[in-house]
Write a protein that binds this ligand. Structure first.
Ligand SMILES: NC(=O)c1ccc[n+]([C@@H]2O[C@H](COP(=O)([O-])OP(=O)(O)OC[C@H]3O[C@@H](n4cnc5c(N)ncnc54)[C@H](OP(=O)(O)O)[C@@H]3O)[C@@H](O)[C@H]2O)c1
Length: 230
């Protein structure tokens, strides 16, 4: 299960996991794009891909997750909490609604999914959860109070559950993307920027596979990825 699969990093991670051979459950709000991706993956790969509408601002959609998973599928053993909401603003422009939106998408949603899936992973003796962070999960930045609070919280959730579940075979890892992810949109917005200063989302996806493959006894709990130039 990959959240935020409709574009950006989530799309790349979904592609990499599908290529690796997983059945992928692609989650986000934009169902047209998710169905397009699922069709593309199903044409190319032997694994099943299914699009699943999830809106983290509407928790009722989250309560139906179990019902939405195709019945013939084995239990979900991999969860990538990648969906993100990012609207930096000075404190004066950060009202409660803005704060709650960040918390909903970046922390409360991942908590609800984890609460549902993690105990089942432990029951079957193993699983893998990667939570995607940003520099704001470990350091302060001006005009980022809501976003950074939500990513700090997601980091706390990840590290606490990693401690609680490692001896039940579930590998939780906080993946901190310490830089800007490359995209066509970013290159258009910053035409003079050296592209090598961006992080290639395909390389992040490759790291996720690498983390998934780590043998028990040598698990990364927190990974910091950054470009070699900035
Ligand atoms: N981009 C960067 O430079 C950068 C840097 C460091 C860390 N990160 C982190 O990396 C992750 C991916 O970033 P990105 O830039 O690839 O993201 P993005 O292109 O902005 O895409 C965000 C994804 O989250 C989904 N999403 C947003 N609001 C949602 C909601 N209410 N309910 C369900 N899904 C929702 C979106 O899908 P729908 O709109 O279809 O719902 C989309 O698939 C995020 O966690 C971000 O914080 C990004």
């Amino acid at each position: 299960m990959i959240t935020g699969a409709s574009r950006g990093l989530g799309e790349h991670i979904s592609r990499a996991l599908t290529n690796y051979g997983f059945n992928t459950l692609l989650c986000a709000r934009d169902m047209d794009r998710l169905n397009e991706l699922a069709d593309e993956f199903n044409e190319q790969e032997p694994g099943d891909s299914v699009a699943l509408p999830i809106d983290f601002h509407k928790p009722k959609t989250l309560r139906k997750i179990s019902d939405a998973i195709p019945k013939q599928w084995p239990p979900i053993s991999v969860l990538i909490n990648n969906a993100g909401h990012y609207k930096p603003a000075p404190l004066e422009d950060t009202d409660l609604k803005t704060f709650e939106k960040h918390m909903d998408v970046n922390c409360r949603g991942p908590f609800i999914l984890t609460r549902e899936l993690l105990p089942k992973m432990a029951e079957i003796g193993g699983g893998f959860i990667a939570n995607i962070l940003a520099p704001g999960a470990v350091e302060g930045q001006s005009e980022h109070c809501a976003f950074n609070a939500s990513k700090f919280a997601l980091r706390g959730l990840t590290l606490s559950l990693a401690e609680e579940f490692y001896d039940r075979g579930v590998h939780l890892v906080a993946v901190n993307i310490h830089g800007e992810i490359d995209s066509e949109e970013k290159r258009t917005q910053q035409p003079d920027r050296d592209p090598s200063t961006f992080i290639d989302p395909r390389h992040v996806a490759r790291e996720i596979i690498h983390l998934y493959e780590q043998p028990r006894g040598a698990w990364t709990r927190e990974l910091d990825l950054r470009p070699s130039r900035h």
